[in-house]
Design a protein around this ligand. Structure first.
Ligand code: KG4
Ligand code: ZN
Length: 403
């Protein structure tokens, strides 16, 4: 089967053609993956401006889809389905992809397949590395999300932890802005931190030892999970961001407002990055131990971070657990991962009717016993109109905060 994937949840317009191989170990083959990045447009504003993003998606989507077909050497009639990111993300951006995919699926007479953006990030690992040893624990860490998933079987994603406030990528971007560095902040901080002293500033490590009013609804964890792991799989980055802000303000005051020397900025970057990486990996490896995981995955834009990759490899060697990381091309938003997750949904009979709507805070996991939404059909051909899923929405999954 050949699927066209479309991704427009944030600031990349992406399309890809992916087919299945019938090989369970390496189930997907990428024919093409085209991305039109809007980063230059948003850089001027220091973050993603939702209105500008959706307008640019409208401008780019036809050309991006045509190029994806051309590069894959595939004609319209060869497509067996159109998969699209339904959510979560910026609603105006999501709507462009969803409307385009619906029109295309209707005109080609092929199934429309809704995909959860984070399921896409998790599948990005399978696209390149093949099916991991299961159960796996996967950290999805990006500009809009920091969520830990327990994956007991292929395509079965169970939320095991999430951020209580900012996503890790958002923290990178905000810290870069307050240091006067360009957007997006992650790659710049990564680069500056390489030659710097990561112990120069002792930023605080967030400890989630007590209930928090931002904790969100309880997660659907297996029995015993809550007491055993309470507070150890949740993340918080807003306190760290505030600590960097206070530190910078104090230093500027000491210097009578004179800009900080480049070496000091780099030391702040390295110190901040060390704390983020340790927080991400401590919780991921703790969850892996608790779930008896046979592999670990890290996906999403922040998985491009060189220190995170290096430290994750070191820890995985230490505990003898295989680690999956995406290539840099598939770490940030792309449509190959959406087409791959779409193929998985298609095989599971999960297609949508033409009144599918974008959902800015779509939850990933459905809890057994949840009632399907009005109008949804159940197996063998599950159709999704609105959000299928539990009230246990991924609180950190409401899309990257606008400027
Ligand atoms: O997955 P992605 O493209 O979009 C979302 O779904 O959010 O992730 C973008 C995020 C941005 O916050 C960006 O700063 C961060 O990923 N990022 C990085 C690096 N490259 C991108 N963060 C840290 N280090 C990097 N090398
Ligand atoms: Zn993403």
């Amino acid at each position: 089967m050949i699927v066209l994937g479309i991704e427009t949840s944030c600031d990349e317009t992406a399309a890809a053609v992916v087919s299945d191989t019938r090989d369970a170990e390496h189930p997907w083959r990428v024919g093409s993956s085209v991305i039109a990045s809007q980063v230059e447009i948003h850089r001027e504003w220091g973050g993603v401006v939702p209105e500008l993003a959706s307008r640019q998606h409208v401008r780019d989507i036809c050309g991006v889809v045509e190029r994806a077909l051309e590069e894959a050497g595939v004609d319209w009639p060869a497509l067996d389905a159109v998969a699209v990111t339904q959510g979560p993300g910026l609603v105006g951006s999501l709507l462009v992809g969803v409307a385009f995919a619906k029109s295309l699926a209707a005109s080609l007479g092929v199934p429309l397949v809704p995909v959860h953006h984070l399921a896409g990030h998790i599948e990005s690992l399978v696209v390149e590395n093949g099916t991991p040893p299961l159960p796996a624990v996967v950290l999805v860490v990006s500009g809009g999300h920091t969520s830990l998933y327990h994956v007991p079987a292929a395509g079965d994603y169970r939320l095991a932890g999430r951020t209580r406030d900012d996503a890790a990528g958002e923290a990178f971007d905000k810290v870069a802005t307050l240091l006067g560095l360009e957007y997006p902040g992650g790659p710049v901080i990564d680069r500056l931190a390489r030659e710097a002293n990561d112990r120069a500033v002792a930023f605080p490590v967030a400890r989630m030892t007590h209930a928090d009013r931002n904790a969100g609804p309880p997660l659907a964890r297996p029995a015993g999970f809550a007491s055993a792991l309470r507070g150890r799989t949740e993340f918080s980055f807003s306190g760290l961001k505030t600590a960097v802000k206070r530190h910078v303000a104090a230093r500027l005051q000491q210097r009578d407002g004179a800009a900080l020397p480049a070496a000091e900025v780099a030391d702040i970057c390295a110190s901040f990055q060390r704390v983020v990486v340790e927080a991400l990996l401590d919780r991921t490896f703790e969850a892996a131990r608790w779930f008896g995981a046979r592999s670990i995955g890290i996906a999403g834009g922040v998985s491009a971070n060189s220190r995170l990759r290096e430290a994750a490899r070191r820890r995985s060697d230490e505990v003898g657990l295989p680690l999956q990381l995406p290539s840099l091309a598939l770490a940030t938003d792309n449509a190959a991962m959406i087409a791959a997750a779409g193929l998985r949904n298609l095989h599971a009979g999960m297609t949508a009717s033409l009144d599918l709507n974008a959902d800015a805070s779509l939850p990933l996991e459905a809890t057994p016993g949840d009632k399907p939404p009005k109008g949804a059909h159940s197996a063998p051909r599950r159709e999704r109109r609105g959000a299928v899923g539990s009230p246990q929405a991924d609180a950190g999954a409401s899309g990257r905060s606008p400027v």
